[in-house]
Design a protein around this ligand. Sequence first.
Ligand code: URA
Ligand code: SF4
Length: 218
Amino acid sequence: MSRRALLQYLELLKQSGVQQLFLPATALPDPAEKKATLARLAQSYSNCQKCPLAAGRINLVYGEGNPDACTMLIGEGPGDNENKTGHPFVGPAGQLLDKMLAAIQINRADIYITNIVKCRPPQNRNPMSEERLACMPYLIEQIQIIQPQILLIMGLVAAQSLLGTTASLSWHRQKQHEFLGIPAFVTYHPAALLRNPHWKRPAWDDLQAFQKYYQQLC
Ligand code: URA
Ligand code: SF4
């Protein structure tokens, strides 16, 4: 990890209220061990009360997919269907996401899918900055365990939360970023594409750029 990535990471942890750090002596290379660790953590956070989003929770939506994934896809937060089922991206936006992935020959089971916040914001409003920060250690932990090579960030809220930026989605889309030293691509959130189908064309451009990188690395 570069010095910049390390500082970004430590700053995020500090803002999230983390006061102590322990670093694992070794990575967790074994996929079965990663899977078990993720399952154990998901279970241990299921009653998390660190932010007000706990109040609307039916199920914590921790994330799911390949514990050894080369790509981690990061959305904003659970919606109604996700809250009811405990699985990420299973409603209409999730169905569009599956089609977008299929168009670039990626199967949902190959990647790991999660969100910035693990509990549903009321009426699907954007998660507030305190909520995003409260939940951030869980995402960072997932990244440390899975050790993806590429991040695909869906939508402006997720992009701004991770990259600490305030710029527009088009600014984010046109650049390649890094989060914790991992190359990160930003594209439209599938829910935004459902509302504005004319964004599907530029989203397709993003996905093709992402696919090129994915094929090289994964
Ligand atoms: N939108 C998201 O950002 N994440 C989900 O899991 C579902 C819808
Ligand atoms: Fe905890 Fe995250 Fe849910 Fe907030 S959104 S209660 S921090 S799991």
